[in-house]
Design a protein around this ligand. Structure first.
Ligand SMILES: Nc1nc2c(c(=O)[nH]1)N[C@H]1C(S)=C(S)[C@@H](COP(=O)(O)O)O[C@H]1N2
Ligand SMILES: [Mo]
Length: 386
């Protein structure tokens, strides 16, 4: 992978507890505009937060990027590309991109793609892993064919239990476990899980998985396997490293545990939980006493829609219901807006809280686990009222 020129037009300084939040802004990565450079090889690129204020969909050239291994094809020959479907099936398939594009019954929906470790840099105590701020997420309109249609064509055998997905990327060091993820056969056949070939109406950027990737709406993006070229139907539970060991969470409310706690049962990470953010006012912004301001942002429900967004201008004492923007579907970001008239001078805490249609609400204390997964505490933006 070309390293990208990593030309630092400017930098950002994330307010991580304990610091070390400064990052370069890089341009120069294929198909990408200005991105927060978390790591060059393999590329970890974060969406600059102001992009989320500009619209409900995240543009392809500003969409975050995450790969585990640096050996990623730098170009794909669409003529020779094949997606193999094999294992516990009646009829193994070898599909070209043209075969996939010619399949009937295309689907399209908006869905948030969010890394399990989004916002990891805010964990306290800090934990190892990519030190993301809040930009390891994005919302796009995805177009593709239902995974179910492909599985039905292959004919899943009775007794199959899981479906495993693999992409064209490979480990740098021979012997490292190839990145693969699995879903239950029922989930894989729900009609929503998609083999996507377009993102916001355009082919997927190479770094987001060209030519096809899996979209698992409502689930963390670790399952959204990119450059998908292999689907294996398993008659036994997948025990590969990326399912069994990596990407597991405490099987507790909010995937929460205490640092150093032992004997906590772990399960593979799965559904997303609701989150919401202020996008037009930054930490440390100055507001004028008595001057009305419109506060706006984005929210998402996780694995279900946004039922309600509430805003507090006084650190959570009083909450008011925000006005919701257009509903782009239950897996999408949703815009919200509220009004604030600062009534006291000094540092004030703006807070926003989302409740999803399943009744799940953001917690007011942060969760903690050693991998830094599933942060969804109510976010606070401190402002100075002058
Ligand atoms: N083939 C492949 N797919 C992958 C990964 C990977 O390393 N290889 N990483 C996963 C993880 S952990 C994340 S967060 C998302 C990131 O998707 P994006 O780069 O399109 O934003 O890709 C997922 N799919
Ligand atoms: Mo991720």
């Amino acid at each position: 992978m070309a390293a990208g020129s990593a030309f630092a037009a400017k930098s950002v300084d994330f307010p991580f507890p304990g610091g070390v939040g400064e990052r370069e802004i890089a341009t120069g990565f294929p198909g990408k505009g200005a991105m927060v450079l978390q790591r060059t090889r393999p590329p970890l690129l974060e969406t600059p937060f102001e992009v989320f204020d500009q619209g409900v969909f995240t543009p392809n050239d500003r969409f975050f990027v995450r790969w585990h291994y640096a050996v990623i094809p730098t170009s794909i020959d669409v003529e020779s590309f094949r997606l193999n479907v094999h294992g516990a099936v009646d009829k193994p398939l070898t599909l070209s991109l043209a075969d996939i594009l010619a399949m009937p019954g295309r689907i399209e929906y908006a869905a948030v793609n969010q890394c399990s470790g989004n916002s990891r840099g805010f964990f306290q105590p800090r934990v190892p892993g990519g030190q993301w701020a809040n930009g390891a997420m994005g919302n796009a309109k995805w177009t593709g064919v239902p995974l179910k249609a492909v599985l039905d064509r292959a004919g899943v055998k009775a007794g199959a239990v899981q479906v495993r997905f693999n992409g064209l990327d490979t480990p740098v060091v021979a012997g490292s476990p190839d990145f693969m993820k699995s879903l239950s056969v029922d989930h894989a056949r729900d009609g929503e899980v998609m083999i996507a070939f377009a993102m916001n109406g355009k082919p997927l950027p190479l770094l987001n998985g060209f030519p096809v990737r899996l979209v698992v709406p409502g689930w963390y993006s670790t399952y959204w396997v990119k450059m998908l070229n292999d689907i294996e139907i398993l008659d036994h539970p997948d025990e590969n490293f990326w399912i069994k060991t990596a990407y597991t969470i405490p099987d507790t409310p909010h995937a929460d545990m205490k640092p150093g706690q032992t004997g906590v049962p772990m399960v593979p990470i799965n559904r997303m939980v609701p989150r919401s953010f202020v996008t037009n006012i930054r930490e440390g912004a100055k507001l004028r006493l008595g001057n009305p301001v419109t506060v706006r942002g984005i929210a998402f429900g996780g694995d279900s829609g946004v039922a309600k967004v509430e805003f507090s201008g006084d650190g959570g004492q009083k909450w008011e219901t925000a006005q919701l923007g257009k509903d782009e579907g239950k897996y999408s970001f949703r815009r919200w807006e509220a009004h604030l008239v600062p009534r006291t001078t000094g540092v004030q805490a703006l807070m926003v809280r989302c409740t999803n249609t399943a009744g799940v609400v953001q917690p007011d204390t942060p969760n903690w686990n050693p991998a830094g997964f599933m942060r969804n505490v109510i976010e606070t933006t401190h402002v100075s009222v002058l």
